[in-house]
Write a protein that binds this ligand. Structure first.
Ligand code: ZN
Length: 219
């Protein structure tokens, strides 16, 4: 009889766990990669702000908004949570280990020409070994990000570009991935926008909106 109750208890526990487990596996996983960190400041803004700080704030804000406004619908991981320098290969190793549904590296832009403005999104340059299914998903993601930053935030759109960045090259067979440059720190107007809390929240919100649309989730 004792064994009967143990079996009942075990089955009850197993049934209780199933919905939690299946709900968990349904949450799309996203890795956000705030560029630079630690001694590597990235670009320094004309107003003194540092790229490494802005991109970390954007990534952390995305986690916060996903929790507060979207019931934690996405399972978001960051490649760094603090002001520390993580090597590019450690970042891509994490992506390979986690096998997320989407990877987005976040950076700020800079140019010698102080009037250069806008959003740029980079996709891995296609090559003879390109997985064209993942490639087209990355390009669609890039288009969606560009139109969201244009329509929702009114940013000038620099367009999608191809590049051979290590973070994209080493993760190109894992999942769709893009490298996003959220404005030019060499431009006064955009550097000031990035310095403000509402600027950071706007960037994070735009990225989240694109991800929710990408996974066809209800916000
Ligand atoms: Zn950068």
């Amino acid at each position: 009889m004792k064994r009967f109750w143990i079996v009942c208890l075990w089955m009850g526990f197993a049934l209780f766990c199933i919905p939690i487990q299946s709900q968990e596996t349904k949450r799309p996983m996203v890795v956000l990669d705030p560029g630079h960190g630690g001694v590597d400041t990235g670009a320094i803004g004309v107003n003194g702000i540092k790229e490494k700080d802005i991109v970390l704030e954007v990534a952390k804000e995305a986690i916060q908004l996903n929790k507060e406004l979207f019931r934690n619908t996405l399972n978001i991981y960051l490649t760094r949570y603090k002001d520390t320098l993580i090597s590019l290969s450690d970042r891509t190793s994490l992506v390979k280990a986690l096998q997320p549904d989407v990877f987005i590296s976040i950076h700020c832009n800079q140019a010698k020409r102080k009037t250069a403005q806008g959003i740029e999104v980079y996709v891995q340059q296609p090559n003879s070994n390109t997985d064209f299914d993942l490639q087209s998903k990355s390009e669609n993601l890039s288009d969606a990000i560009l139109s969201e930053f244009d329509m929702a935030l009114g940013f000038k759109i620099g367009g999608m570009k191809y590049a051979n960045f290590q973070v994209l090259r080493d993760t190109q067979y894992v999942c769709p991935g893009v490298l996003l440059e959220v404005g030019f720190l060499s431009n006064w107007e955009e550097a000031e926008h990035s310095r403000k809390k509402e600027g950071v929240v706007g960037f994070a919100m735009a990225v989240l909106q694109v991800l929710y649309q990408n996974f066809k989730l209800q916000g």
